[in-house]
Design a protein around this ligand. Structure first.
Ligand SMILES: C[C@](O)(CO)[C@H](O)COP(=O)(O)OP(=O)(O)OC[C@H]1O[C@@H](n2ccc(N)nc2=O)[C@H](O)[C@@H]1O
Ligand SMILES: Nc1ncnc2c1ncn2[C@@H]1O[C@H](COP(=O)(O)OP(=O)(O)OP(=O)(O)O)[C@@H](O)[C@H]1O
Length: 302
């Protein structure tokens, strides 16, 4: 086997509840993830020993050394199986960088499934999930995809079975937001200091509404505790968010932002809204997305 192609999706957190920081400085979460059909594509070409990456699309300014999450993923997978094979990764980035849609995590997840195939490691789904969690909190979900309930720092997942289809309009900004900075601002606003154990508000109502396929209830239960800190760091984002909400639409900040996700009632309504928003906000990046979709997977082997 010489070359493997893989993809992994971006995500929106339909609900993101955050508690005070733990003593390891991570925040305990109770979250509902939805994978959306904005994909990162990775091609993995066999190399005798080196692990390297080149980025195209939205990723041209990102580091290509071991700070790159895809390189980290390949190194972690190789280390856990004790092999010496290498890989050259080519990543075509479609998910906005530092946009709150977990694009870097998707790169890592696609790399894990691609290298697992390329190096013929036969790692199990659980083994890949464990390695994924060592790379970043959002990486396990990029592997799993679909809809899932996440706890811990977001890495402990239980799939949610629900027959729902969501039509999103995503509004992105050219300047990303740093995830640690948004969590830091959250602590500042809440007056939180690290604690050994803390309670996090739960997301049971939303999980029930998803299982029942109750569209209007789902829309009314979208919630993100990182909205206030993200708006505090980026006041223009609050204005944009309010403008969208004033149209009577269900909207939510995606993860740590600055992408805003608007939930439309139908495909037609979403397509129409995307057109209108593109005219009203010419400086923002507007695109359509649909969810839930499957997680990281190998698409071709040569
Ligand atoms: C905001 C979310 O996207 C929601 O799904 C995630 O919590 C972020 O996940 P991620 O980008 O994969 O984050 P990681 O790479 O694990 O951590 C980056 C930094 O974000 C902060 N972080 C992240 C996850 C978490 N539960 N608590 C945190 O405080 C920490 O400062 C951490 O050093
Ligand atoms: N392959 C990669 N793609 C994107 N970012 C990467 C990658 N490798 C390292 N990074 C670093 O990780 C940071 C966060 O990237 P990412 O695009 O995943 O943000 P995000 O979508 O806000 O993440 P999340 O929603 O998981 O918090 C970037 O600022 C970048 O410097």
């Amino acid at each position: 086997m010489h070359k493997v192609f893989a993809t992994a999706p971006g995500k929106v957190n339909l609900a993101l509840r955050v508690g005070p920081p733990r003593t390891d400085s991570f925040h305990p979460l109770d979250t509902v993830f939805e994978a959306v059909d904005v994909y990162e594509s990775v091609s993995a070409t066999f190399d005798r020993s080196e692990i390297s990456v080149t980025m195209s699309g939205k990723g041209q300014d990102l580091p290509t050394d071991e700070q790159n999450l895809a390189v980290k993923a390949a190194m972690a997978l190789r280390a856990s199986f004790g092999g010496s094979d290498g890989v050259h990764l080519e990543i075509d980035k479609r998910i906005p960088v530092a946009g709150g849609m977990a694009g870097g995590s998707a790169d890592a997840a696609a790399t894990l499934v691609a290298c697992n195939e390329l190096w013929e490691l036969e790692a199990s789904a659980d083994e890949l999930l464990e390695i994924a969690a060592s790379i970043g909190s959002d990486v396990p979900f990029a592997l799993m995809g679909g809809l899932a309930h996440g706890v811990g720092r977001g890495e402990r997942l239980v799939p949610i079975n629900a027959d729902v289809h969501h039509y999103w309009v995503m509004i992105t900004a050219a300047d990303g937001l740093s995830t640690p900075a948004v969590f830091g601002e959250f602590d500042q606003i809440m007056g939180y200091r690290p604690v050994p154990e803390a309670l996090v508000p739960d997301t049971r109502d939303l999980q029930r509404a998803l299982a029942a396929g109750n569209a209007s209830e789902i829309a009314s239960l979208l919630i993100n505790d990182l909205e206030e800190p993200a708006f505090s760091l980026r006041p223009g984002l609050r204005a944009l968010y309010k403008a969208v909400k004033s149209r009577g639409m269900a909207a939510i900040l995606s993860g740590s932002g600055p992408t805003v996700a608007v939930l439309a009632e139908s495909k037609g309504a979403a397509d129409q809204l995307a057109k209108e928003l593109a005219t009203e906000h010419p400086d923002a990046g507007i695109f359509r997305a649909n969810g839930p979709v499957a997680g990281a997977r190998v698409t071709e082997v040569i």
